[in-house]
Every structure is written in structure tokens, then in C-alpha cells.
Design a protein around this ligand. Sequence first.
Ligand code: SF4
Length: 611
Amino acid sequence: MSSKLKGYAGRFLDVDLTGATLSDRVFDEETLRLYMGGTGIGSKLLYEEVPRDAAWNDPRNMVSIASGPLGGTAVGGSGTISIVTKGALTGGATSVQANGLIGAYMRFSGYDGVIVRGASSDWKYLVLKDGKAELRDASPILGLDTYETTDRLREMHGAKGREASVLSIGPSGENLARFAGVFVDHGHSASHNGPGAVLGSKKLKAIVAFRGGGRVDVHDPKKLTEVAQEMYKDVEYFRGTIGGVANMYRGAKGDLPIKNYMTYDWGASPEEVESFTEKSIRDRYQVERMPCWGCRLLHSTMMEVREGRYKCHVEEPEYEQMAAWGPVIGNSDVEAAMMLSGLTDRLGLENNEAGWLVGWVMECAEKGYLAESQLGFKTGWGDVEGAERILRMVSSREGFGDVLAEGVKRASEKVGGNAADCAIYTLKGNTPRGHDHRTRWSEMFDTCVSSTSTIETHMGAMSPQSQGPANPMLVSGEVARTKGLMQLEDSVGTCRFNTRMNAGKLAEAVSASTGWDMGAEEAWDVGRRAVNLLRAFNLESGIGPELDRPSTRYGSTPVNGPTAGVSIMPHWDEMLSNYYALMGWDERGIPRRETLERLGIGHVWAGIKGL
Ligand code: SF4
């Protein structure tokens, strides 16, 4: 790459843990313009360098952890990284993001990203500081939870406050729980599909990156600041997602997930519902703001339950955490939900999978599908202490926790019988985000057709008319139309709450950063390229269109509430055909040659044409 290219630190760090070797990896300008960074570069690396027969825990698997050309700039929330790897739940691609400071600090330390491959024989952590990288012995931090790891590493390196950013795995990742995530600066998680388990299999406990004195030169700082300010004006109203449970319950659309999709009735009193509102939570528990790099929004604060059974110090839980540890498990105590949210992050588990898992265990225990002797104790709806016990068992793989640590799909198949039909997951093996998607058809459809183990599109597909059941083809059409926007966002190194995946604005910002003259369509194609690469990677790995579906319970029909008796499933095949066609894929969901060639990735055709 030309050293004159603005907007980039100029190199990735390639870490081979097998031989404990570190080397620089430099991409030329043409490659960076096609893939940018984050998800784009990660998808290219995954497709080109990970053998299809390599399992998630095979040393030949790779983890790409990368920022992009907006990382560490004036754009709000530009400390974000995207992680791409072959995940532990689906055995296919995953692309997940965490915010915080790490993406900015990696770049200030001289690296646009880190590529991790191989596997170490003993635990290591990686230090990035002032243009240098070093692997160190991780034994002093082994067994620590994600919060403790962050604090201990900052202390060990004499970093005060925000001088260093830490990405880590918790005990769950060390013990290879399949839905272990990666956590940044305490509670920012990149977790779907087990990237923490993959890092655990490689014995990499953490990455520390320092603020130092470095910076990334951009082409036109004034213009970039102007675009960043315009973006901020569009989102300054945002106050996080923490009040989502109360909002959705009061909205009464049927999209709040209650008792593992069993009912529309949460059973919370009006006072309990009020305690889940954003205002109530902030007034009672917020203690300190902990913004990510460059972010001015009211989000990411530290919260404290100061006394009582559920005393805890947690980073502001997201809606999905409050849903998992509230209505999904039949709990209406807000402090218990906050405690379980914090515990899940500390143990290093993916929150949604954990919530669906505990909800499934509780339903099966109540119905007698799971024997008390099997689990080791009695549990049922709203059993907060039982939920805590299950999380700890999963994290340590103790007792029946060893089965549960395999994730919802595998655990339910192992228990079998009626229990198998109660589990919420996609046939690829991942679980959805924390809503009742039976009334949010676009999200259920997108979750099931996704190649990354979580939704691939957002916002556009959430428009009211696309929520079904009025027009199923509009739902699948919207999902197809908006594909690539999220992957663009995840390739530039920013937080989607700040930039809202606005391709035009992102293109302007990237142009100001790099000096390229890039329009919205060219930028959007960066995302579409990643979508097609990940789809092809999965197809070549044996993850075919027959898995673009929900499990029995996930695709079930609501028994009460506003969409009682209405199901997406009668429309599924037609929606799928519509989606494949609009994506430029054939009737089996295989990208067509002309689609790949238009995106400049015609070489992919050789890998999928014979499928
Ligand atoms: S909106 Fe929240 S997650 Fe995004 S950058 Fe700001 S504080 Fe971080």
C-alpha cells in the first residue's frame, strides 16, 4: 500500500499463535477500496484463507479483528471493531461487532486490525503500543472474568482511566462454551456464534491497545468533522435501548419475548413495568458515563444496584439483555435482570443465546421434559437464582452445564423428546436476537437467511409495512433491498447507533478520510461483496439453503396477543424464492456468476458452481 494513503494506519498485524510469531500484513489500495476493513476485509480473509474442512477450533481457523477507515476519527462511535471468523455454533461464518475504544486505540498503536491464526500451547495476551506488538504470558489473568481482566491488565500496565482499551474473553471462552463472546472495555460485546470460544481454542485471552500518542492522518479533517456533525444531528435524540422492555410491553404489538415464546402475558405489575423504563433505570442506577470513542450520545453508562440481593456494578444493559433476563425467563424484577445481565457479560457469554437457553431449561423443567436429576436442581419461571446457577454451570462446563454449554440447538437435540420442540434457534444453529420475531417477520426471515449467525440487515427492514403479515413478499424484498448496509457500516469502524448505516453519509466520510471520491453505491457494494463472500463460504462449508429456516418453536404460531393464530411459515418458501431472486442468487440460494462478477469477486464462482 502506498504510504501516502490517508485514512489508514497502513498495516494489519498477523499473529500466528502456533509459533508465537508476529508479522505485518499490508493490503494495497485497490484491495482496501473494495473491502475497506472490518467485516469487508475479514470476509475476504475468511473466504480466501480458511479451509472449508477446518472446524471452529481448528488452528487453521482465523479470527480477523479489525477497524476501518473511519476508526479513531471524529465520527461518533469510531472505536468499533468487527470480528470475522468461523463460528462455534453454526460452523459457518460469523461477523460481529463491539464498540468501546479498542478500534481507535489499535489504529493509534499502528494497526488497522489484527489477524489471529494458529493455536498456542500456553495462554497469551497481545499488547499493542506505540507501533509495536508483543505477545505476553497470560497466566496472571487466567480465570478472571471480563471486567476483572480489563481492570487487571490496565493495572499491570500502569494504564489509568481510558489510557488503554482491553478486548478479552471470560472463563466461558477459556472453557470453550460454544456461545462464548468477546468483550471490550467491560460490557461491549461481539458475541454471536462463539468468537470467544474460537479465541479460547487458540489460547488468546486478551488484547490490550494503548491510546499512546499515535493518530491516523485523514485526507480532509475539516470535511470529516462536518460530516460527523451532520451524522450526530440525525441521532442526538438517542438514549440507548435500555427502556425497550417497558416500551415494547406498553406498545402491545406482541414483539416482547415472554417465557420462551409461550405467551403474550408477562404478568408484571404496573409498578414493575415502570421500573423497566429508561427514566426509572437511569434515575435509580446510573452512576457514570463511559462513552465509546468520539460518542456524544447518552448510552454506555455504568450502573449500580447498591444494595439488596441483586447488588451489582454493571455496564448499561441493552434492551436485549433486559429482555433475556426479564420476560424471556418470566422475571419482572428489574434489579435481578440487571444483575444477570452483568453476570453474563462477566462470564463472557453471548446474552441472547444464554437467555433463550435458560428460558428453554425453565419451560422444560416446568413441563417435566427435563428431569430435576438431570439438571441437578429444581427450577421454573422467574427463578433468578436458578438462572444464575445455570450461567455459572455453563461457563465452567460443570455437570449438566457441559451439555448446556453446547448452545440451545445442540442441548435441546441431546435432551430430545418434547424438549427438542421447545427450543428457539435457526436450523443453522444460532439463536435470534431478543424479540418475539413471530410478529417481526423481517427479523425472523433475516436471522434465518443470514450467513453470520445474527441479523444482516436493520432499520430499513424494520419499517412498519415490512413487519408482516400484510405483505410477505414486501418483507423478504425489504430484507434483500437493504442487504449490505450493515456490512458497510461494519467495514468502516463505526457504531450503527451513530451513523444509522446511511450509505451516502458513510461514503462522504470515507472519502474525506481517504481522499477517494466514493459515492453511496460504491460504498454499499463493499457491504454486498461481504454478504456474497460469507454466503459462498457457508455454502462451500456445507451450510446449504435447507438451513435457511427457523426451528419448530421459533417458527411457531403465537397462541395469544395481537398476532394470535398468524404464522409466517405458510409463506416461507415463496418469501425465500423472492429473496434469492432479488439477491441475484439462483433458486437454491447460490449466488449467480453475474452477481459475483458485478461485485468484482468473480473468482468465487469457481468454488460454488458445482454445488
Ligand atoms: S451509541 Fe453506545 S455503543 Fe455506540 S458508540 Fe455510543 S456509547 Fe458506544
